[in-house]
Write a new protein. Structure first.
Length: 277
């Protein structure tokens, strides 16, 4: 009896199966690493805003303020102005190409009561050119929940941390941290140190999380409970976007999943290599 030979189709199917198994094994390892990063990011979402709200300005349980650190340069038609020097009625440039008047400025002031700062209060430091060439133009400090507009979506600074060019840090050792948030008539994206950052997204009465919330209530009594439409979709760790990232890590050779967050992480990681040394 002639010796039976294996059909090419069977060999291809076997190789495909083995490839899937290998990819699954590698994907499990990748998921483990990603899960560690994800869980680490979640540990920074436990703190509570002033007044004990425990929710950020977008109605998400991130905790902490959504602001820019004192000294941050904001682009205006007259040039860059430090955020603490901007006043109601001043114009700021938006990425839409319009200069819009400031409606209100929210503030947070923290004093250190112990040997170290709470993780929820410490800002995220984004190094010069960490996002793109000359973006930011110099060190940018924003709170964890403050979102940046990248690749058509809004990503919170806490979800951009890469351990090199984007890390939790304070510019100097200090016993006082002061944050400012710009409120326009609509949710917009402005330039802070030449990086695209969001303005405040008014939702219900979330302005009450600011230290000076009584001023807003006095100036705009009819807007209690008002809600703005987001400038762009928010993506981050959790929900559908988190699932997309896991899927892409698990079977990137076989499943094409577009993940803005993962794409940004990959790009900033490459740019951040120069900071690692």
């Amino acid at each position: 009896m002639p010796k039976r030979t294996r059909r090419p189709q069977t060999d291809r199917a076997r190789r495909h199966f083995l490839g899937l198994a290998a990819a699954a094994g590698a994907g499990i390892a990748a998921m483990g690493a990603f899960a560690a990063t994800f869980l680490s990011s979640q540990r920074h979402k436990r703190a509570v805003e002033p007044g004990g709200r425990g929710r950020d300005g977008h109605g998400n349980p991130d905790g902490g303020p959504l602001c820019l650190l004192r000294g941050t340069g904001i682009k205006t038609p007259k040039g860059e102005v430090c955020v603490e020097d901007i006043r109601i009625g001043d114009l700021v440039e938006t990425v839409r190409g319009e200069a819009l008047p400031i409606k209100w400025i929210g503030r947070h002031l923290y004093h250190r009561s112990g040997p170290t700062w709470s993780e929820a209060v410490v800002p995220i430091r984004i190094a010069p050119s960490a996002l793109d060439e000359n973006s930011p133009s110099q060190e940018l400090y924003v709170t964890r929940g403050h979102a940046l507009f990248i690749d058509g979506v809004l990503i919170r600074a806490g979800d951009l941390v890469n351990g090199t060019s984007i890390v939790p840090a304070l510019p100097t050792r200090t016993d006082r941290i002061e944050y400012f948030q710009i409120v326009l008539a609509t949710h917009e994206v402005i330039l802070a140190e030449n990086a695209p950052v969001e303005t405040f997204l008014l939702k219900d009465s979330n302005y009450e999380g600011f230290t000076n919330f009584a001023e807003f209530a006095r100036l705009y009594p009819a807007e209690r409970g008002a809600t703005m439409a987001p400038f762009a979709p928010f993506v981050g760790y959790g929900g559908k976007e988190h699932l997309k990232v896991l899927l892409r890590l698990t079977a990137r050779r076989y499943i094409r999943v577009r993940s803005p967050l993962l794409n940004v992480h990959q790009r900033t990681a490459v740019r951040g290599n120069k900071f690692a040394g």
